[in-house]
Design a protein around this ligand. Structure first.
Ligand SMILES: [Zn+2]
Length: 235
């Protein structure tokens, strides 16, 4: 990863430009490791140059600044669509009836398969870095969550911390679900109320892009993220 490429990435991604020197160095090392370990596959007509590949690697490694390179375990491919992509879903319900439908996604993280991103949405996040969105961080949060074998909103943590995390996240999640069910306005993206793992992933986006909103809404969750992800580059 040469200096010119890195300075172009740094100029494009304001979250990286805001890191202090030791954390930026750490991110650069993680990004280099990502580029060695992962195949980055653009889907036509998208093509990605070296700077764009380095940018994606660095962005995916932002949530690993404190957690470290173990966060890259268990998968080997980043697939990048030009824009939002359609996936075919199916589900057999309790009555044995098969339901099939199409979903339009901007990102997806398979349990032990690829991480998938929409390039147009990555760019939109970078254009407006304090709007509360970062699809790369969202999908990486799912990858961290599932490292212990269960996608439940809790990444692998030391035992005491894990207990406190589970308690605080459950409380915050319940309050959000209650507010959404009551039809009231909620400050964060209501998609977070879908499931505990979505709550973790959506709140992770706020940690990087709008930490003040997260702190106002869920101070205990914000405090766990300060420790888990380190200080927000948008603080
Ligand atoms: Zn998600």
């Amino acid at each position: 990863m040469d200096d010119d490429t890195w300075s172009r990435v740094r100029a494009r991604v304001r979250w990286i430009g805001a890191l202090d020197a030791p954390r930026e160095q750490r991110l650069r090392a993680l990004g280099a490791l990502f580029l060695r370990q992962k195949a980055i596959t653009p889907i036509e007509p998208l093509a990605l140059d070296d700077t764009q590949r380095t940018l994606l690697a660095a962005l995916c490694c932002l949530p690993l600044l404190e957690f470290g390179e173990e966060g890259l375990h268990g998968w080997s491919q980043l697939i990048v669509y030009p824009d939002a992509f359609r996936v075919n879903r199916s589900h057999v319900d309790a009555a044995g009836v098969l339901h099939q439908w199409d979903d339009e996604l901007i990102g997806e993280a398979w349990e032990d398969g690829p991480l998938i991103l929409s390039w147009a949405d990555v760019e939109a996040d970078l254009d407006d870095p304090h709007a509360g969105f970062c699809v790369a961080v969202h999908e990486m949060a799912h990858k961290l969550d599932v490292l212990d074998g269960v996608l439940d909103g809790t990444p692998p943590l030391p035992r005491d911390w894990q207990r406190a995390w589970a308690r605080d996240f459950q409380q915050a999640y319940d309050a959000l679900v209650q507010a959404v069910d009551a039809g009231g306005e909620v400050a964060i993206d209501p998609y977070a109320a879908e499931a505990p793992e979505e709550f973790f992933a959506v709140c992770s986006e706020y940690h990087f892009s709008d930490p003040a909103l997260l702190r106002d809404s869920f101070p205990a969750v914000a405090a766990h993220f300060e420790r888990f992800y380190g200080p927000s580059p948008s603080a």
